[in-house]
Ligand binder design. Structure first.
Ligand code: ADP
Length: 473
């Protein structure tokens, strides 16, 4: 726990476990509601000075943090693999992605432009000024335990906000490592504060009700996001929400089925399916279904699960037992309702995997709308294939969800690609592309997948208020 520039060493602690081995890998402070209040008070006191620093000075802090993060890429990645489970190569990529946000917002800090607006009165001038929203409370998830922090800290600090952040209870060590970097980079006391806690609820309650907090930014499940947004409503705190997804992946029959299947195998199993932009329904036009499934089945059955520190393993553990139960329930339900199981389908317990939460890479075909997996976010290593015949039908099916985060389209027909792009109700769409994310590109969802955008030019706007000056001359 890091409050007002000091690591708190006298608090009670809770253990952190490696999801691949079940071993305890560390202890962190277990913050109380009172600690959260102290952290917010520190951020409140630090706000005026931080807001009035020059943009160049705030930018300098983020540049230094970016540099330090890259210098420590390997150590951070190893910590992430041990704490969260993803293969080391994926952790290395995530640390780079996390550092990209620090760099991007170090640059954006200097481009917080205002405006002057012509008035209809000759003796009047309008001046539009952008200023920091104020104290920001941030709640982050475990699946991307470093980049989801920098995606919030970067723009908040660049804008001149001060921050209190609560990371997920399963990955607090990565959060501690990020705050050590900020400290090394010269973070002034109170400007960013960290509260780690085993029970998120009391901290969340303080974040949503403390009058000094002017904005809550959250990444996590839709259920918790809705709860927090409701709790913020009485004080009309601003909220940004990055919530769940249920991405459709549409493969039209003019696409190369082999290439598309390879794309699915890469993006679906990234982070063992524990990503909000993970494809949850893979729609394949019937004419190319067989070659598509053949390639995907060969890929999926060749995926090896195990500890992410071993480079031979591409499937890491799920985060906990509840995640295993959810995946298992969805697979059993699909099979009992007539889906075809082409690979995997069970928990893995051989060769020491019983110590962790491993589920075999799974391929289901003939998935239909009655099945749980067609509606519920899976967050696990299950590729669910839904055959289709017609373009209009597949767009309707793809949009038939309360979620609206990511979608993917594979086709060689430009008109079809654009028609589908325009009709899909999703915030992020990959067209023949499985990685439509970058610090430079706006990330966020429509419908119940969220509010606001992170990264890109839009990312900093979320932390800025617009202030109008009307001036008589
Ligand atoms: P998941 O189901 O993927 O773990 P959650 O939405 O539960 O997603 O978790 C995302 C983040 O939200 C974590 O930091 C978690 O601690 C936090 N969280 C969960 N419940 C609450 C709550 N009631 N108040 C505040 N934060 C919460």
């Amino acid at each position: 726990m890091f409050i007002n520039g000091e690591w708190q060493t006298d608090a009670p602690t809770f253990p952190v476990f490696n999801p691949a081995t079940g071993e305890e890998i560390g202890q962190v402070a277990d913050a109380s509601a009172e600690d959260a209040r102290r952290a917010i008070d520190a951020a409140h006191v630090a706000l005026p000075a931080w807001m009035s620093e020059t943009a160049y000075s705030r930018s300098g802090l983020l540049y230094r943090a970016h540099q330090l993060m890259l210098e420590q890429q390997r150590e951070l990645a190893e910590l992430m693999t041990q704490e969260q489970g993803k293969p080391l190569k994926a952790s290395m990529n995530e640390v780079k992605y996390a550092a990209d946000f620090l760099l991007w917002f170090a640059e954006e800090a200097k481009r917080i432009y205002g405006e002057t607006i012509p008035s209809s009165r000759s003796d009047q001038r309008f001046l539009v000024h952008k200023q920091a929203v104020g104290v920001v409370a941030a709640v982050t998830p475990w699946n991307y335990p470093i980049s989801m922090l920098t995606r919030k800290l970067g723009p908040a600090l660049a804008a001149g906000c001060t921050v209190v952040l609560k990371p997920a209870e399963s990955t607090p060590l990565c959060a501690v490592a990020v705050f050590k970097i900020l400290e090394q980079a010269g973070l002034p006391a109170g400007v960013a504060n960290l509260v780690t806690a085993s029970d998120p609820k009391p901290i969340g309650d303080v974040f949503c009700t403390h009058p000094a907090v002017r904005k809550l930014t959250f990444t996590g499940s839709t259920a918790v996001g809705k709860h927090l947004a409701q709790a913020c409503a009485p004080q009309l705190k601003r909220v940004s929400m990055e919530l769940g997804g249920h991405a459709p992946f549409i493969v039209y029959d003019d696409a190369d089925p082999i290439h598309a299947a390879k794309g699915v195998s890469l993006v679906k199993f990234l982070n063992t399916g524990q990503a909000c932009i993970s494809p949850n329904r893979i729609f394949v036009q019937r004419r190319i279904l067989d070659p598509f499934l053949e390639t995907l089945q060969a890929r999926v059955s060749g995926m090896q699960a195990g500890d992410g520190m071993n480079p031979a393993n591409s499937i890491g553990p799920l985060i906990n037992e509840a995640a295993i139960d959810k995946v298992d329930r969805q697979v059993q339900d699909a099979v009992s309702r007539g889906a075809t199981l082409l690979s995997g389908g069970t928990r893995l317990t051989e060769n020491g995997l019983d110590r962790g939460c491993f589920f075999g890479a799974t391929l289901l075909s003939n998935v239909t709308p009655e099945m749980l997996i067609y509606r519920e976010e899976t967050f696990g290593p299950v590729a669910a294939v839904v055959p289709f015949d017609d373009e209009d039908d597949v767009i309707a099916m793809a949009n038939d969800t309360d979620y609206g985060l990511a979608a993917y389209i594979y086709t060689q027909n430009l008109a079809r690609a654009l028609r589908t792009f325009e009709q899909l109700q999703f915030g992020i769409i990959g067209i023949n592309d499985i990685n439509p994310t970058s610090a430079a590109a706006p990330f966020g969802g429509m419908k119940e997948s969220g509010l606001g955008r992170e990264g890109a030019r839009e990312g900093i706007e979320e932390y800025l208020e617009t202030k109008l000056g009307g001036i008589s001359i």
